[in-house]
Design a protein around this ligand. Structure first.
Ligand code: CAA
Length: 392
């Protein structure tokens, strides 16, 4: 028996509220005017767009989903998904800098933090004064998150952290790193602990900066710890809660990546449609050929579906329902749509799609990571499978 379905548990009508429409207008305005014109340069030079994050902070978007008492705007998670989507439509790098900050670092501090931790750590993140990152994966541990072996040994009122973490988004640039570490290898996932490590802590150094296929401005690097002392006051929850903190964090993060995928696909679709309307072949614009029309129609249909799944998962999150399954479905589908749509975009541009004069190839390179990070498509299938087969 299937114990949970997407359809029955949450509202599925998507007339956006006035507030949600306003967020789309506001973020689209910033993203199209300020970020889109620089997206190619950021990609070409691998430059971290700090000024983009600062502009999002000025617009009060860095803590939009958190209560006002922490410097947030108390907006819902559909607003957040819309914001990530609009950023990705313009500049995928900026969207992941933002979503790693909000979903992967600020959110677990809000959910699992004490009042003191929220005041000390979350408030400056909402204000955009501190940038967040999430450190779960390791050189030898990615999809099998429970096998993490970066060690955290409790000594008095500090943990002594030793080991390495890989693929850290906002790697060189963040101020706070939410690190999932192991206290006792024999306990496997039940031994993990979640610690907020501040940049500049002695024993915390940076490793290799990755040279990536896409989202090239987002500063992805390895981080290393050698006898790094982290105060117990920076632990979220208690020893043994680390795996749960990571999984709950990723449930929300996966909606952010789904929204990012929708935005990338949408940006590619808009460029493809505009190009098809003006490119002449065989005496007419190519949008008059059914072959091109069908590609644009398939893209539009799939993008709309992906967007609905993404907003649906966000609604579930706002309803306080368990939403792991919906988040995984949204991410799985939206990331595959992003990949398929951006490949079609390159195809519609023909030779011009294969060179850097136009954004088509950048959208395609940016899309690929959405099928990999915050859980590969295969991991999403595991999460969905575990959920829909539970109880059989
Ligand atoms: N919420 C709360 N608890 C959860 C949970 C969830 N969503 N999912 C699992 N759990 C709990 C289970 O109930 C279980 O609890 P008990 O021990 O009390 O029974 C426990 O966690 C273990 O669960 P599983 O046996 O299902 O765990 P598993 O070892 O089989 O792993 C997995 C499951 C889904 C494959 C998980 O390891 C996973 O999500 N892997 C992918 C990790 C990932 O996404 N990494 C990306 C890192 S971030 C990034 O990409 C970089 C970046 O900066 C953007």
């Amino acid at each position: 028996m299937i114990t949970q379905t997407s359809v029955k548990d949450a509202p599925l009508g998507f007339c956006l509220s006035e507030e949600q429409r306003l967020i789309r207008e506001t973020v689209a305005d910033i993203a199209q005017n300020e970020f889109a014109p620089k997206a190619a340069e950021i990609d070409r030079t691998h430059r971290f767009p700090r000024e983009n994050f600062e502009l999002l902070a000025t617009a009060d978007l860095c803590g939009m989903v958190f209560p006002e008492q922490y410097g947030g705007a108390a907006l819902d998670h559909v607003c957040y998904a819309i914001a990530v989507e609009e950023l990705a439509r313009a500049c995928a790098t900026t969207s992941v800098v933002y979503s790693a900050h909000v979903s992967l670092c600020a959110t677990p501090i809000y959910i699992f933090g004490t009042e003191e931790q929220r005041q000390r750590l979350l408030v400056p993140m909402c204000q955009g004064k501190k940038l967040g990152a999430f450190a779960l994966s390791e050189p030898g541990s990615g999809s099998d998150a429970a096998s993490a072996c970066c060690m955290a040994n409790l000594k008095g009122d500090h943990f002594v952290l030793t080991g390495s973490k890989n693929w850290i988004t906002n790697g060189l640039e963040a101020d706070y790193y939410l690190v999932i570490a192991q206290t006792d290898l024999a306990l496997k996932h039940k031994g993990l602990v979640a610690l907020v490590v501040e940049k500049g802590t002695p024993g915390f150094t940076f490793g290799k900066l990755e040279d990536k296929l896409g989202i090239r401005g987002s500063s992805t690097c390895q981080i290393n710890f050698e006898d790094c002392l982290v105060p117990v006051d920076n632990m979220l929850g208690k020893v043994g809660d680390g795996f749960k903190v990571a999984m709950v964090t990723l449930d929300g993060g996966r909606i952010g990546i789904a929204a990012q995928a929708v935005g990338i696909a949408e940006g590619a679709w808009e460029h493809a449609r505009a190009y098809a309307r003006q490119r002449i072949a065989f005496g007419q614009t190519i949008n008059q050929f059914q072959a091109i029309q069908f590609m644009l129609c398939e893209m539009a249909t799939e993008i709309d579906t992906a967007r609905l799944l993404t907003y649906h998962a966000s609604c579930m999150q706002d309803c306080g329902e368990k939403f792991s399954q919906e988040a995984a479905i949204a991410k799985l589908y939206a990331s595959e749509v992003a990949m398929a749509s951006t490949v079609k975009c390159v195809q519609i541009f023909g030779g011009y799609g294969y060179v850097t004069d136009y954004p088509a190839e950048r959208y395609m390179r940016d899309a690929k990571i959405t099928e990999i990070y915050e859980g590969t498509s295969e991991v999403q299938r595991i999460v969905i499978g575990n959920s829909i087969l539970k109880g059989q």
